[in-house]
Design a binder for this molecule. Structure first.
Ligand code: ADP
Ligand code: MG
Length: 509
């Protein structure tokens, strides 16, 4: 059922021949040929489904077009304190193109920590506000919501765009007033946690929803968001670099924009890998930084010794520092069992420099911004995946001072050693993510909580990624350009997709 023209273009053997050859291959060449056909078929079917969903997503918005004034937008961009990087310009064009068109935007914006996604978001929200639409920005934690609200307030309010913050600590009269303004259309931008999609939050004219760190939100929450109001344009931002082959599979129904360039003049974070024997020297290094007025993070993989492993956990580390630094410097301890309010309180204290060194399990991973922190120590670093190590390292290097990342690890496996070396060799998140995918394979890439990566029978997403790209392009062309639903020559493929339950269902499984 692969359309003739594609069979010919790629010189693919027929399905029955391929099945035969797979079972009784004459030689290696035949096996290869058969496999090539099956891989392409598998990817094409999968991508047809994704592109079909993508088309539904794009076209069902009944034509919200955010028709901003280009000159006005340019004035805003020119007034920013810095010129946009080329990558930022490119994604701004992609996003604003979506917003202006009557298609529904369903776009993933990937960009390493510090690549300037927030500014891009502000440009999109500016455009929406100036065309009479409201925007919502959703983030996973309250402290992040506050941080975003502060920077967006500074960016947008001078241009007459009103910004509001909705968190659980906004209560009573204040909350009622904020919600009333929102409903009356007096507020252009609302920032908050998932509180912003709750039922009592009524927008006057919601045109744009942006989420930060979307991998924390599942597929279903993504849908709830899209379906709020009259199908607003949706932009999902993430700082987790995802290799392209995974991005177009796990997020196959979305368009993908990538900021693959950091603003000029950033100091590279110096990364060292040391063995446990060096712990005292690491602490001495930390003291030197703190004496200069800087702050540090120490990240430990476990909160308690749950396994009979020689694992020093956050509590132990904290206690060591507490004794060592008595009256001199102040450590803080953060872990997953604290209440959200306690975590926020700790982060605030760290932010306000009341804490010199924050010892923590990985709860600081997402998005916190404390530019004065210049040191990231990761204990038993080989227990983390590369993507996570990279995220953690991204917590420092945010100010003008030189920052450091120290990985403490005595890895027992080759893969573990490899990971440590890669970390010291590159700080490019996309390079890291490709290497990570090679080391771990697609199944493990997103960790235990799988986020929608399909299983392929013959095809291998990593090995066959070129075929995947080609199949995606072919599928997009069929669905978007070729009148696929009506042309008689696609009938067989249509029937097959129908049998697979693609049409009629708008569900993504
Ligand atoms: P992200 O959200 O992608 O981690 P941010 O948007 O928070 O990154 O940007 C990180 C820092 O870089 C901010 O202080 C921001 O003002 C600054 N910044 C963003 N874009 C640029 C640019 N083009 N040139 C210089 N600095 C920039
Ligand atoms: Mg950000």
């Amino acid at each position: 059922m692969i359309p003739e023209e594609l069979l010919e273009r790629y010189k693919l053997v027929s399905r029955s021949d391929a099945v035969c050859m797979l079972h009784f291959p004459k030689d290696d060449a035949e096996l290869k040929q058969a496999r090539r056909r099956m891989v392409y078929e598998e990817f094409l079917l999968f991508q047809m489904k994704m592109q079909f969903f993508r088309k539904i997503e794009r076209e069902r918005s009944n034509g919200i077009s955010i028709d901003y004034d280009v000159e006005e937008l340019r004035t805003y961009i020119d007034a920013l304190p810095f010129p946009l990087t080329n990558a930022q310009k490119r994604v701004v064009n992609e996003i604003s193109g979506d917003m202006k068109s009557h298609f529904h935007m369903n776009r993933l914006l990937q960009g390493d920590v510090g690549s300037g996604k927030t500014v891009v978001a502000s440009i999109a929200m500016f455009a929406a506000a100036k065309s009479g639409f409201q925007s919502a920005l959703m983030v996973p934690t309250e402290i992040l919501a506050e941080q975003h609200a502060n920077s967006l307030f500074d960016l947008l309010e001078p241009f007459g765009v009103t910004v509001g913050l909705l968190t659980s600590s906004v209560k009573g009269k204040k909350r009622r007033e904020l919600l009333a303004m929102l409903e009356a259309g007096e507020l252009d931008v609302l920032i908050g946690t998932h509180a912003v999609i709750q039922e009592d939050v009524i927008f006057n004219r919601l045109g744009l929803v942006i989420t930060d760190e979307q991998h924390r939100f599942g597929v279903n929450q993504r849908r709830v968001l899209r379906e709020k109001g009259e199908y607003p344009d949706v932009l999902f931002m993430t700082a987790t670099p995802i290799p392209r082959t995974l991005a177009i599979t796990a997020f196959g129904e979305m368009d993908v924009s990538i900021i693959d360039e950091l603003p000029a003049g950033r100091k590279e974070i110096e990364t060292f890998w040391v063995k446990h024997e060096m712990l005292d020297r690491v602490i001495a290094f930390m003291e030197k930084e703190i004496a200069k007025g800087r702050q540090a993070y120490v990240i430990c993989p476990l909160i308690e010794e749950s396994e009979k492993l020689d694992v020093q956990n956050a509590v132990d580390f904290y206690n060591i520092l507490l004794t060592k630094w008595k009256g001199k410097y102040t450590p803080g301890l953060m872990h997953g069992r604290l209440l959200p309010a306690e975590k926020d309180e700790l982060m605030r204290a760290f932010n306000d420099k009341q804490i010199d060194c924050l010892v923590s399990t990985t709860v600081v991973e997402v998005g916190v911004n404390v530019p004065n922190a210049t040191m990231m120590v990761i204990y038993d670093a080989d227990r983390f995946g590369l993507a996570q190590l990279h995220q953690l390292r991204g917590r420092v290097g945010r100010g003008s001072e030189q920052s450091y990342c120290i990985l403490i690890a005595n890895p027992k496996t080759e893969v573990g050693k490899e990971r440590m070396s890669i970390m010291t060799e590159t700080s490019d998140g996309f390079v890291l993510s490709e290497r990570d995918l090679e080391l771990r394979g697609p199944g493990d890439f997103f960790g235990k909580k799988q986020s929608g990566i399909p299983e392929f029978k013959v095809a291998d997403m990593v090995h066959d990624y070129r075929v995947l790209e080609v199949a995606r392009q072919d599928a997009a062309k069929l669905i978007f350009e070729e009148d696929f639903m009506n042309q008689p020559r696609y009938e067989k493929l249509r029937n097959l997709l129908d049998d697979l339950g693609v049409f009629g269902s708008e569900k993504l499984d």
